[in-house]
Design a protein around this ligand. Sequence first.
Ligand SMILES: [Zn+2]
Ligand SMILES: [Zn+2]
Length: 76
Amino acid sequence: MQSREDSSDGMRECPTCGGSGTVECVCTRWRDGDVGCGICGGSGRMTCQSCKGGGTGVPIAARMYIQRDQPKRGGQ
Ligand SMILES: [Zn+2]
Ligand SMILES: [Zn+2]
């Protein structure tokens, strides 16, 4: 069986990040010349809090438990 692509029915692009899964970090707003902080790790982008980086809108049912602590990602 092949995986069919369903671009509807719950899974939509996250309006916050536009489906990219990442948004501009707050440090990019500072306009202090330097971009990069502990949140984005100097990349200027951080994981979208709306979709948790998935790029798709989170179902209402999943919004019931909102976790503040996000897992740390290895690497740089
Ligand atoms: Zn998002
Ligand atoms: Zn930053």
